[in-house]
Design a protein around this ligand. Structure first.
Ligand SMILES: *Cc1c(COP(=O)(O)O)cnc(C)c1O
Length: 360
C-alpha cells in the first residue's frame, strides 16, 4: 500500500523517515527491552529524550534564552483559557483580533475569565484578510494583544506582526516553526503541534521567563505556567510519545535549514499552488486578499459545488486526500505543512492543471 499525499489540515502528514525511525525503535527503545511509551517518565532514557526535544525546539525556532519552553497537553484550545487565567489580573484587560474562526474561539474562551474586547473584527469582510497594523484598536490598559498568525480555516495569515506598544500573545498552531518571529514584541507564543510538528496530544508554549513571577497562583497546578516551568514540563506524566516524535521531526527540520529553511520551503510550495490558481483563467478562485494568503492552508473555489465534488473525487483517486474545505466554508483546502513532500505539491498542481484542461 503506497502512502497517499495527505493534505489534512490537522493532524498533519509526518516525514516518512520519522515514522520509519519510530517504527524501528517501537518495541525496544535504546536497548531498554521496552518501548518508549512503556518507560517511566522519570527514567534517564526518557529524561534524555525530553530535554533534547526542548533543546531542539529552542534551536530550530531561535528561542531567546530569556524564554521558557513548556510542553503541555490540552492542545491550543486549553491555551485559550490558560493564557488569560495566568496573565490577566482582575483589573487588566486584553484585546483580541477576530481574524477568523480560531481568533474568535480564543476570545470567546478568554471572556469566561477576563475582560476582553475585539481589537479588530474581520467578520464583515468574511475573514478574507488580516488587519493592517493601523486598523488595530488597542485600548488603554491592555495587558496583551492576542493574534492568530495563520487562520487555518479561512486560509489567511499575518504577513508581519504588529509592533505596537503592547505585548503580543500569538496562536501559531497552524504555522508553528514555519517562519521566524520577532521575539522582542512577543510575551507568549503557543500552538498545538499536530499541524506542523508532530502528532496530536501536545501543545508547546513559549513564555517570557520574567512573566512567570507574576502569573496567577490561584489555579490548579496543571493550569499554572510557573509550575510547569519549575518542573521542566515534568509536573505530571507528559505525553511522552508525542514529545519523542516531535523531537524526531525537529531533527528532520534541522536537516532542512530549521525555521528559515521551512519558510523558504513554504514560500516556494504555496507559490506553486497559488500560481496554478492565478494562471487558471478564473477556473480556480482564491477568496482571500493576495497580500494575506496563507502559506500553509490554501483555500480555493471552483465555479460550482458540483465541480468541486468532482475535483475532490478525482484527486482522491490519484492519492491526493483530505483536500475538502472546512465544513463551515466549503470549497477546497490544501494544507501544505512543513512535512508535506514536494512530490505531493507537484502532484496537486498537476491535478489542478489537468482537471482544468478537461473541464474548462
Ligand atoms: C487547530 C487550531 C487550534 C486548535 O488546536 P487544538 O490543538 O486542536 O486545540 C487553534 N488555533 C489554530 C490557529 C488552529 O489551527
Amino acid at each position: 500500500m503506497p502512502r497517499v499525499h495527505n493534505f489534512c489540515a490537522g493532524p498533519c502528514t509526518l516525514p516518512l523517515s520519522v515514522l520509519e525511525e519510530a517504527q524501528g525503535e517501537l518495541v525496544d527503545f535504546a536497548s531498554t527491552g521496552m518501548s518508549l511509551i512503556e518507560l517511566s517518565h522519570r527514567s534517564p532514557e526518557y529524561d534524555e529524550v525530553h530535554r533534547q526535544t526542548i533543546d531542539r525546539f529552542r534551536a530550530v525556532f531561535n528561542v531567546p534564552e530569556d524564554r521558557a519552553v513548556l510542553l503541555l497537553q490540552g492542545g491550543a484550545t486549553l491555551q485559550f483559557s490558560m493564557v488569560p487565567m495566568n496573565l490577566l489580573r482582575p483589573s487588566e484587560r486584553a484585546g483580541y483580533v477576530r481574524s477568523g474562526s480560531w481568533g474568535v474561539a480564543a476570545e470567546r474562551d478568554a471572556a469566561n475569565y477576563a475582560d476582553v474586547y475585539p481589537a479588530w473584527d474581520g467578520e464583515p469582510l468574511s475573514y478574507a484578510r488580516m488587519p493592517d497594523e493601523a486598523e488595530l484598536e488597542v485600548q488603554a490598559g491592555t495587558r496583551y494583544l492576542h493574534v492568530t498568525s495563520n487562520e487555518t480555516i479561512e486560509g489567511i495569515r499575518l504577513p508581519s506582526f504588529p509592533n505596537l506598544d503592547v505585548p503580543l500573545v500569538i496562536d501559531m498552531s497552524s504555522d508553528y516553526l514555519s517562519r521566524p518571529i520577532p521575539w522582542d514584541v512577543i510575551d507568549l507564543v503557543y500552538g498545538g503541534v499536530q499541524k506542523n510538528l508532530g502528532p496530536a496530544g501536545l501543545a508547546v508554549v513559549v513564555i517570557r521567563r520574567e512573566l512567570l513571577e507574576q502569573t496567577n497562583r490561584n489555579l490548579g497546578s496543571y493550569l499554572r505556567y510557573d509550575r510547569h516551568a519549575e518542573q521542566d514540563s515534568l509536573l505530571n506524566t507528559p505525553p511522552m510519545f508525542a514529545i519523542y516524535l516531535m523531537g524526531k521531526v525537529l531533527v528532520w527540520m534541522q536537516g532542512l535549514g530549521s525555521v528559515e529553511g521551512m519558510q523558504e520551503r513554504a514560500e516556494r510550495r504555496s507559490g506553486a499552488v497559488y500560481g496554478a490558481i492565478d494562471s487558471s483563467g478564473g477556473f480556480y478562485r482564491s477568496p482571500v486578499d493576495p497580500r494575506h494568503r496563507s502559506l500553509m492552508n490554501i483555500v480555493f473555489r471552483l465555479s460550482s459545488e458540483d465541480l468541486e465534488q468532482r475535483f475532490l473525487k478525482e484527486a482522491e483517486a490519484e492519492g491526493l486526500v483530505n483536500l475538502k474545505g472546512h465544513r463551515s466554508v466549503g470549497g477546497v483546502r490544501a494544507s501544505i505543512y512543513n512535512a508535506m513532500t514536494d512530490d505531493g505539491v507537484e502532484a496537486l498542481v498537476a491535478h489542478m492543471r489537468s482537471f482544468r484542461d478537461a473541464n474548462a
